[in-house]
Design a protein around this ligand. Structure first.
Ligand SMILES: C/C(=C\COP(=O)(O)O)CCC[C@H](C)CCC[C@H](C)CCCC(C)C
Ligand SMILES: Nc1ccn([C@@H]2O[C@H](COP(=O)(O)OP(=O)(O)O)[C@@H](O)[C@H]2O)c(=O)n1
Length: 303
């Protein structure tokens, strides 16, 4: 004798709240028996819609998260530039200092924002939208299609829009490449971005102010500036590797990583101070040199 079927809930609401729901039960709830056409429509639609929602829920949530993170980080980038425009406008910060602080903070904050994005394989492409939009912004304003005094004042030394097409543009293109190629699960991108943003940024900030003793082979750079590059690049790299390791994106064996980071920071510092910046901008030479040495020492794991 067939086992008695469990009593079906008496209404669609209680049907949906019932924990013993299964697809056949969804099709023939008694409250729907009185109206035959509706019953068959619901009988066909409910399992299909339920299945589609169940399948699409993770995808929808991921797209929502990555889209939201992209909007948030884009807004953060815009706000950072506007904030330093206001500070330079009010002469609270010198223009040359403003440029460098934006140089440091935009890289560090951008890297720090990466965990906002989902674990989907497409997350890095959402994150890449931010540097991409900023590169388009720098190009269009640098070429004079549009004008944005706030941008020019906060990220140029002399207030000329053409300056946007060099250091700042190279910088955001490197950010774009690092996100797409390395993302947050490789120490190479994390360390390269740390050296470019933190190392090179503090070399300028400290070197301009305290760098009276110039390097023998480059009178535009100083011992103090290079020391600041080495120390800040090393410390920021270690900090960001700890940050991504703590969040579970990478695993770091510190007994080996420290020595490797010292060598990477040394290589980046040497490249930054040799007189090639007239030929290659150090927003290109420093990350490239760091990527090469970090790849040779770390491979693609932070051990
Ligand atoms: C001023 C900059 C580079 C110039 O470097 P240097 O020639 O003096 O060595 C940095 C330009 C930054 C750009 C205008 C904005 C970049 C924003 C970034 C892609 C995302 C930041 C997000 C975060 C949440 C603030
Ligand atoms: N190693 C370094 C780097 C920069 N600096 C100082 O920071 C200024 C700007 O450095 P930089 O030409 O590398 O600037 P960016 O090309 O990074 O914008 C130099 O003219 C120096 O006064 C330094 O003293 N020592």
């Amino acid at each position: 004798m067939a086992a008695a079927r469990p009593a079906l809930p008496s209404s669609p609401t209680s049907l949906l709240l019932s924990r013993s729901i299964s697809a056949p039960d969804l099709a023939v709830a008694p409250a729907l028996r009185r109206n035959r056409p509706t019953r068959w429509v619901v009988a066909a639609a409910v399992p299909a819609v339920a299945g589609a929602l169940a399948a699409s829920a993770p995808v929808g949530a991921t797209l929502l998260r990555d889209g939201g993170a992209t909007l948030l980080v884009t807004a953060g980038a815009y706000s950072l530039v506007r904030a330093f425009d206001a500070l330079t406008e009010r002469r609270l910060v010198q223009q040359s200092l403003s440029r460098k602080v934006v140089h440091v903070l935009s890289g560090v904050f951008f890297m720090a924002s990466w965990p906002l994005f989902s674990n989907s394989t497409g997350a890095r492409f959402f994150a890449a939208v931010v540097p991409f939009l900023n590169s388009v912004r720098l190009l269009t304003y640098g070429l004079g299609f549009y004008s944005d005094e706030a941008l020019v004042k906060s990220v140029t030394r002399e207030g000329k829009r053409e300056e946007l097409l060099r250091g700042p543009l190279y910088y955001v293109i490197v950010l774009l490449i690092i996100v797409l190629v390395f993302w947050r699960d490789s120490p190479i991108g994390i360390v390269s971005l740390s050296m470019m943003s933190g190392g090179d940024g503090f070399a300028d900030i400290v070197g301009r102010r305290f760098g009276s003793l110039k390097l023998p082979f480059n009178d535009k750079k100083s011992w103090v500036g290079s020391a600041a590059m080495f120390i800040s690049g090393f410390l920021l790299s270690a900090l960001m590797l700890s940050y991504f390791s703590w969040l579970g994106y990478i695993r770091v064996s510190w007994d080996q990583a420290i020595g490797k980071l010292v060598l990477v920071a040394l290589a980046a510092t040497v490249v930054e101070c040799i007189p090639v910046t007239d030929v290659v901008d150090d927003n290109i030479s420093v990350p490239l040199a760091t990527m090469l040495v970090a790849f040779l020492l770390f491979g693609n794991t932070a051990n």
